[in-house]
Design a protein around this ligand. Structure first.
Ligand SMILES: Nc1ncnc2c1ncn2[C@@H]1O[C@H](COP(=O)(O)OP(=O)(O)OP(=O)(O)O)[C@@H](O)[C@H]1O
Ligand SMILES: [Mg+2]
Length: 296
């Protein structure tokens, strides 16, 4: 039985995409079956890394109900070094037209899209026998990101040490994540190395963030110039397996493997979906949406 992991953040640029891709790559190299979805319909990016310009079907089409799982998933396991690992990728349509259309979707559409997302469990985990679905989301409180969080078994919130990110992340955890009762952990990324130069500094750093967010910290990743210099042109963990960035991500995947299988709960359960609708519509839209659009 597989697990769904959503990577999310309050602010943009915290490292969700790079972490999603590299975690997927490392799990695949360990022989796991992984599906990676680009749920950042606002600014798709995985098509660049996987060098796909055009496609008959995108993840957007699946969420629209226009195609099946097999139609939009791309097998990225080519040139595999591990005998059993698999990596499938579902890409968001990067055309301006598609981006505009996705940002104009109604709440009703988003709820149907959630149903489509939840329906992926069976083909991915039961039929294709994959172990993980990793979802790279948009930052902030986009509906698509909320859908990804709701359908996940665990949400990883990727945060930096910037004051505005800390403030927003803290509020987001208390005001949004707590509504969904989702298992959530923080990954602190791009941490200035000066904050981590001794064991004592590291301990104080961890204590500070544990107190701030009141949820577990899964990992602390320093800011590495090498990662920045790679510019998202290749999968870092694949090209630089000995680099400390890759080593830290190796540790993260071990934590993921030991903690999150089997899944904590199954949201394909209609009762949970009903709960989602109620919570989502009454509370979250009440808090974050003010356009008064009816969802019934
Ligand atoms: N630990 C790190 N050290 C140095 N650079 C990093 C690190 N993590 C991420 N970056 C860089 O930060 C930039 C943003 O990363 P990425 O695109 O993964 O963020 P994101 O959260 O997906 O952004 P968005 O919210 O726009 O989707 C990239 O240039 C990436 O290489
Ligand atoms: Mg991204």
């Amino acid at each position: 039985m597989g697990a769904i992991i959503a990577l999310h953040s309050y602010k943009g640029g915290t490292g969700k995409t790079i972490l999603s891709v590299n975690l997927a790559e490392i799990l695949k190299e360990r022989g796991k079956g992984v599906c990676l979805l680009d749920f950042d319909f606002r600014a798709p990016s995985l098509h660049v890394l996987f060098k796909v310009d055009s496609a008959k079907y995108w993840l957007n089409d699946f969420l629209e109900g226009k195609c099946s799982v097999q139609d939009f998933l791309i097998d990225a396991s080519k040139h595999m070094t591990s005998p059993e690992g698999k990596l499938f990728v579902g890409l968001a349509n990067p055309s301006s037209d598609a981006i505009r259309k996705m940002s104009a979707k109604s709440r009703r559409w988003e709820i149907r899209a959630l149903g489509r997302l939840l329906s992926l469990r069976s083909p991915l985990f039961d039929d294709m026998k994959l172990d993980y679905l990793i979802i790279d989301t948009s930052p902030g409180l986009q509906y698509s990101s909320i859908n990804a969080i709701v359908s996940s078994d665990v949400a990883l919130v990727v945060a930096t040490t910037e004051a505005s990110d800390i403030d927003g992340t803290r509020r987001m955890i208390h005001e949004l994540y707590e509504l969904f009762d989702r298992r959530t952990e923080i990954v602190l990324n791009k941490v200035p190395i000066e904050m981590l130069t001794s064991e004592k500094k590291k301990r104080n750093f961890l204590k500070k963030f544990n107190n701030l967010y009141n949820i577990p910290t899964m990992g602390i990743i320093p800011c590495f110039c090498d990662v920045l210099a790679a510019g998202g042109t290749y999968i870092f963990a694949k090209e630089k397996p000995e680099h400390p960035f890759t080593e830290i991500l190796n540790e993260l995947t071990l934590k993921i493997e030991s903690r999150f299988l089997p899944p904590i709960e199954r949201l394909s359960d209609p009762e949970l979906l009903r709960r989602y609708r109620e919570t989502f519509l009454k509370k979250v839209t009440g808090i974050y949406m003010v356009d008064g659009e009816s969802c019934q």
